[in-house]
Design a protein around this ligand. Structure first.
Ligand code: AMP
Ligand code: ZN
Length: 451
């Protein structure tokens, strides 16, 4: 059996992946908070864990991987935006969940095995909070329940920081109800107009970290294989999940492998709603195409930062366009290409993509089997999901000038050439190229195509 090596944030090393049960690999990835149209930074997490899901399925069998990706549909950010827009909360969460699902489809992400919603698991969250209080890990203060971090000796182990560093380095919510500034909320009171559930501590709502502890346990068990998310979730979110789950279950670990993707940046700054430097997935897909976005997100190693810019996207467009010349409906899904080894080495997608270029060059020579292998290797990472016709359609759509205009420009160019004005002729050709149109001078005719 093939073996995967993966970087584990918990051990800070690249480890050989050893599942608890090879017949049921268990993976949980933190999904979106549904308050606004998801951006391409969110898409990076989405695509990376989709790739890992695909790789695990290839190694352990299609039906032997359980992948849970939650939806956070109760959160202060949602409450704030509902107030700002003067809309009911459910309208926002429903709408954004729809946008998120359409983004998943456009990026060709497989459906997770389960996609639980936080609001559908409030009862077990209350139960877990109660249990943490009873066991002495949490305390109540005026309708609030806090987890007492001094009760958990491994607190800070995942983020590899001592408590002073944690306090200094991150935004922890200040509150007079807490014993220690790093204590975090399990339950807090809701005002009448805000979403709330009855609980032993009054009407309120759960803290964010609680949902992932509860839902991962429900669907994957007290200890499972992989827990993932973006780098920003290491602290406090994942640190707090571990504290809650391990304290409540008296377990050594919550998940064995903690995997985090690096940030998507713009001009080297993390893409985030609060900084206002976001590109929504829907806009990116509209301007380019889901496959281009997906390939761009896979073009650098998942742990490294990735800068989002036009050059990156144009490169992927050119690559895909080249590759589509070898698109073939026939492929063998069972075949595991040689370059799969690159993915087994900590999901080394840049290396995999460079092997795809080599495979493409070999397949160009005309060997049918090589062509099939190339198609198969593309599909393995979730590209080539559209057939050649729809790719051509996309290219045509992405050119903003009309066919009539293109032909008139070609005629102008011919005229310029006849008059010996080659400077103008070249300019017309270059301008059309910038618009996405390629001109080719044949013997007695000028031909054009979408580039
Ligand atoms: P959120 O909706 O903010 O809870 O984020 C959903 C997922 O997207 C989490 O796994 C985040 O870590 C991830 N994420 C958010 N922004 C970025 C970014 N700029 N780069 C990479 N991942 C991100
Ligand atoms: Zn989570």
């Amino acid at each position: 059996m093939k073996q995967l090596k993966i970087s584990n944030t918990l051990s800070k090393t690249k480890e050989l992946f050893k599942p608890i049960n090879p017949k049921n690999i268990t993976m949980y990835a933190c999904g979106p908070t549904v308050y606004d149209d998801p951006h391409v930074g969110n898409a990076r997490s989405l695509v990376i864990f989709d790739l890992l899901f695909r790789v695990l399925k290839k190694i352990y069998g299609d039906n032997n991987v359980t992948y849970v990706r939650n939806i956070t549909d109760v959160d202060d950010k949602i409450i704030d935006i509902a107030k700002e827009k003067n809309l009911p909360i459910e309208k926002i969460t429903k709408e954004v969940t729809k946008q998120f699902h359409s983004a998943c489809k456009n990026l060709n992400c497989l459906n997770p095995t389960v996609e639980p919603k936080a609001t559908e698991h409030v009862e077990p969250m209350i139960k877990m909070t109660n249990s943490l209080i009873k066991k002495g890990f949490a305390y109540v203060n005026k309708g609030h329940v806090y987890f007492e971090i001094s009760s958990f000796k491994n607190y800070g182990k995942l983020s590899n920081k001592n408590l002073d560093e944690l306090k200094a380095g991150s935004r922890v919510e200040v509150s007079s109800f807490k014993k220690n500034p790093l204590d975090f909320v399990l339950w807090k009171p809701s005002e009448d107009k805000d979403p709330g559930w009855d609980s032993p501590w009054g009407r309120g709502r759960p803290g964010w970290h609680l949902e992932c502890s509860v839902m991962s346990e429900k669907y994957l068990g007290k200890e499972f294989d992989i827990h993932g998310g973006g780098l920003d979730l290491v602290f406090p979110h994942h640190e707090n999940e571990i504290a809650q789950s391990c304290s409540n279950n008296s377990t050594r670990t919550m998940a064995n492998y903690w995997i985090h993707n690096g940030f998507l940046t713009m001009d080297k700054e993390k893409m985030s709603k609060s900084l206002g430097n976001i590109v929504s997935i829907s806009n990116a897909v509209e301007e380019y195409n889901g496959q281009i976005i997906r390939l761009a997100l896979l073009s650098s190693h998942y742990k490294q930062p990735l800068d989002w810019n036009k050059k990156l996207l144009d490169q992927q467009k050119n690559t895909l366009d080249k590759w589509y010349s070898l698109y073939d409906k026939k492929f063998n899904n069972q075949e595991i290409p040689d370059c799969f080894e690159c993915l087994l080495d900590d999901l080394n997608t840049p290396e995999y993509i460079s092997k795809l270029h080599e495979l493409y060059n070999e397949a160009l020579k005309g060997d049918d089997n090589k062509k099939k292998s190339f198609n198969n290797a593309c599909r393995l990472i979730g590209i080539f999901n559209e057939d050649k016709n729809s790719w051509e359609k996309y290219k045509k759509k992405s050119v903003k000038v009309s066919e009539k205009f293109i032909i008139s420009q070609i005629n102008e160019r011919l005229k310029a050439r006849k008059n010996g004005d080659f400077k103008l002729a070249d300019k017309i050709r270059d301008d059309l190229f910038k618009e996405g149109v390629l001109i080719e001078d044949k013997k007695d005719k000028t031909k054009w195509k979408y580039k």
